[in-house]
Design a binder for this molecule. Structure first.
Ligand SMILES: *[C@@H]1O[C@H](CO)[C@@H](O)[C@H](O)[C@H]1NC(C)=O
Ligand SMILES: *[C@@H]1O[C@H](CO)[C@@H](O)[C@H](O)[C@H]1NC(C)=O
Ligand SMILES: *[C@@H]1O[C@H](CO)[C@@H](O)[C@H](O)[C@H]1NC(C)=O
Ligand SMILES: *[C@@H]1O[C@H](CO)[C@@H](O)[C@H](O)[C@H]1NC(C)=O
Ligand SMILES: *[C@@H]1O[C@H](CO)[C@@H](O)[C@H](O)[C@H]1NC(C)=O
Length: 390
């Protein structure tokens, strides 16, 4: 049973390999900055170690497979703009070290998709192409970008369309990057596109799974390392759905039950499902939802998984400190199954959550406020999402 064995060994390693100080990079919605933080897992301190000026704010950032490059969105809120004439822009940086991050390049979608870039993710497999999604554009579009030999963003190699009413907010790959899954929030679909293994360009649409209900609105999607399951969080209904994946086509099929990110009796339309992500060993799935009103807390949940990705059970569902603003974005650590960073935009802070040893609960063990200038839509300029450098 090789799969079970490696799943078990990974789980053990993930809880014992533990350096003392870990660094994170945090993106923003408004402020033109990337913040680097240091988290010490011995004394639980969380400090700002660099405030790096950038040409644009990035509502979503992601790291290359070797963590030498960072990719981001050039984010502008254009949801109320019905005559937008500018295509989405994506940015790439070189990480020299945690306090020196420099711009490599900005790339623009070449078709007039006219949305704002909202999400970006590099493939962990060669040729390490980078995939971007725009939002509020008509039609909903995406962009495939190549990288040079060092991993720096190079050029747009493909612009592609979803549907006129689409707006993709999150993407994930099958383990070998044979396919790309796209969570189409506005279109209410989960797409499966074939990926050309040589170029990284997208090929045919292999599947379009409708959201579990008309107003579910899939927002983020993540793939279990076994390749046998994927998970999606629904923005509209604040639910987590899981899907088994066909071993030949990589196309997902939804399974029962769905898991609510809200206590029973709560009005789902007052919340926006946000992120979901796997713990280091993939033993746990973490997920969050945000409250639409400041002063009302959002929720965080953890689910226990089998080695094949089946959800065993919900471990806990707990209020977050604030609504999360438009964030409450969660990123589990890579050095342990037990830690995750959570960003807030109501006040503008980053928290570190630690799960108890048996996974039955989690607590905030560190927090740093980065409350910089927001605007009419964003209470604080900070904090969009965080990524762990180590
Ligand atoms: C959209 O913007 C263009 C360029 O600024 C302008 O010429 C056009 O009249 C605008 N259309 C509408 C419907 O506002
Ligand atoms: C997008 O902007 C271009 C100008 O850059 C304009 O010609 C086009 O009509 C716009 N598309 C939509 C769907 O508004
Ligand atoms: C980070 O990199 C910059 C630029 O290469 C360099 O000047 C600085 O000394 C480095 N800092 C550390 C802590 O290594
Ligand atoms: C998208 O909208 C345009 C303009 O209304 C229309 O010409 C086109 O057929 C639509 N495409 C799809 C896939 O519905
Ligand atoms: C980062 O630096 C900018 C420019 O000096 C400043 O406006 C901003 O408040 C700083 N952010 C934090 C969290 O200190």
């Amino acid at each position: 049973m090789p799969a079970l064995k490696s799943c078990f060994i990974l789980g053990v390693l993930a809880t014992i390999v533990n350096a003392a100080v870990h660094e994170l990079i945090v993106g923003t919605f408004v402020s033109k900055a990337l913040y680097t933080l240091a988290f010490d897992d011995e004394d639980n301190s969380l400090e700002l170690i660099a405030n790096i000026s950038t040409p644009v704010p990035s509502s979503w950032i992601s790291l290359s497979h070797d963590k030498k490059h960072l990719y981001g969105t050039d984010y502008i809120y254009v949801g109320a703009d019905h005559n937008r004439t500018i295509p989405p822009v994506y940015v790439g940086y070189t990480i020299h070290n945690s306090s020196s991050i420099t711009l490599d390049k900005s790339l623009s979608g070449v078709r007039p998709c006219n949305g704002s870039s909202i999400y970006i993710i590099p493939s962990p497999n060669p040729p390490h192409a980078v995939y971007g999604a725009d939002y509020w554009g008509t039609p909903g579009c995406g962009c495939v970008m190549s990288v040079d030999a060092s991993g720096a963003l190079s050029e747009v190699i493909q612009d592609f369309e979803y549907l006129n009413d689409s707006g993709v907010h999150g993407m994930s790959f099958s383990p070998g990057s044979q396919v790309l899954y796209s969570a189409d929030t506005l279109g209410n679909y989960l797409w499966t596109h074939a990926i050309d293994p040589t170029t990284g360009r997208l090929g045919e649409v292999l599947g379009m799974a409708e959201g579990p209900s008309p107003k579910a609105h899939p927002r983020h999607v993540v793939t279990h390392p076994s390749g046998k399951a994927i998970y999606a969080v629904m923005e509209g209904s604040s639910e987590v759905a899981w899907y088994t994946v066909d071993s030949t086509t990589n196309v997902p099929t939804m399974q029962e039950p769905m898991y609510s990110l809200l206590p029973s009796g709560t009005n789902g339309f007052s919340y926006w499902g946000d992120t979901l992500a796997l713990s280091a060993s993939a033993k746990y799935l973490w997920a969050t939802t945000r409250a639409k009103n400041d002063g009302v807390p959002g929720y965080i949940a953890v689910y226990e998984l089998n080695c094949d990705g089946t959800i065993v059970k919900e471990k806990f569902l707990k209020e977050t400190t604030t609504s999360g603003g438009v964030a409450n974005a969660l990123q589990p650590a890579e050095f342990s199954d037990r830690y995750a960073a959570l960003t807030d935009n109501e006040i503008g802070f980053v928290e570190i959550w630690e799960m108890r040893g048996d996974g039955s609960d989690a607590d905030v063990i560190a927090r740093i406020d980065l409350a910089d200038q927001g605007n009419a839509r964003y209470a604080s300029g900070c904090c969009a999402n965080a990524v762990w450098l180590n």
